[in-house]
Each structure stands twice: as C-alpha cells, then as structure tokens.
Design a protein around this ligand. Structure first.
Ligand SMILES: Cc1cc2nc3c(=O)[nH]c(=O)nc-3n(C[C@H](O)[C@H](O)[C@H](O)COP(=O)(O)O)c2cc1C
Length: 130
C-alpha cells in the first residue's frame, strides 16, 4: 500500500504530489484534509512540503507528529522550495524522530515544476512502487 501526503500553499508541491500519486495509482491528500490520517499499514509514504520563511509549515510539522512507525514502513520525502533543499532535512528529521525509516533518495524541484519535471516525479515514484 502506498500513500501520498503533502502540504502546499501555492500548488507547486501539490503538483509534484499529484504526479507521484498518478504513478502510484493513488490519490494525493493534503495534510490539512480531514482524511489525511494514515489508518492502515502503509509500505511507502511519500510526504512533501516546502519552506516558508526558512521553516516548514506548522500544519505539516504537526501532521508528521501524528505518524507512527507501526503504520509507515518507509517514508520518501519530496519538496519544492525556492532557495534551498532544507525542507527535505526538516521533514526527514521529524519523521526520524518518530522512528520512521526514511529513504536516502529524495525528490526536489526549485519552485513550480514543469512538465518534464512532473514526468521525472512519476518515474521517481515508480521506482518505489512497482
Ligand atoms: C511566504 C513565503 C515564504 C517563503 N520562504 C522560503 C524560504 O525561506 N526558503 C525557500 O527556499 N523558499 C521559500 N519560499 C518559496 C516556496 O518554498 C516555494 O515557492 C515553494 O515551491 C512553495 O510551494 P507550494 O506552492 O507547494 O506552497 C517561500 C514562499 C512563500 C510564499
């Protein structure tokens, strides 16, 4: 079972989440949606966010705190930020603090992904899910 969760204010991270979800045959769900909780055991959780004033959004941070290693086999982190990849590290750190195993491989695009990058996101996702 694969799940895709993301936090996105202006749609950049959402676009990447949807490309990943399309490749995995699932629906991308915002962490702010009521149905975002991971209820069943999930082999791969793709989880993405971006930087806003040097940090990840508080909603994403508190969502990560709801996750547990009982339900998440492995997390794969993705991000779109403008200046740095630091969101990847912040998300990874939050997951690891919950005892969740996080893939060394990550996916990052600077800002709004173009069509080629969205295809790349699909290919990236397929490596974990097929
Ligand atoms: C209020 C605000 C603050 C931001 N701060 C940062 C930042 O500190 N570092 C950075 O790399 N990008 C920063 N960005 C750029 C966003 O991380 C980038 O546009 C990202 O793709 C937004 O993702 P989203 O469309 O999924 O919300 C900021 C954007 C906004 C709107």
């Amino acid at each position: 079972m694969t799940e895709v969760r993301y936090y996105s204010r202006s749609g950049n991270t959402k676009a990447v989440a949807e490309a990943i979800a399309k490749a995995a045959g699932v629906t991308a769900v915002s962490v702010t949606d009521t149905g975002a909780a991971i209820k069943d055991k999930t082999d791969i959780l793709f989880i993405g966010g971006a930087l806003y004033a040097y940090g990840i959004d508080a909603d994403l941070r508190s969502y990560i705190d709801t996750l547990s290693s009982d339900k998440v086999g492995k997390a794969v982190v993705f991000s779109t930020s403008w200046l740095s990849r630091h969101a990847l590290d912040l998300i990874r750190k939050g997951l690891e603090e919950k005892g969740i195993s996080v893939s060394e491989e990550t996916l990052y695009f600077r800002g709004k992904p173009n069509e080629t990058q969205l295809k790349e996101a699909e290919e990236f996702a397929k490596r974990f899910t097929l």
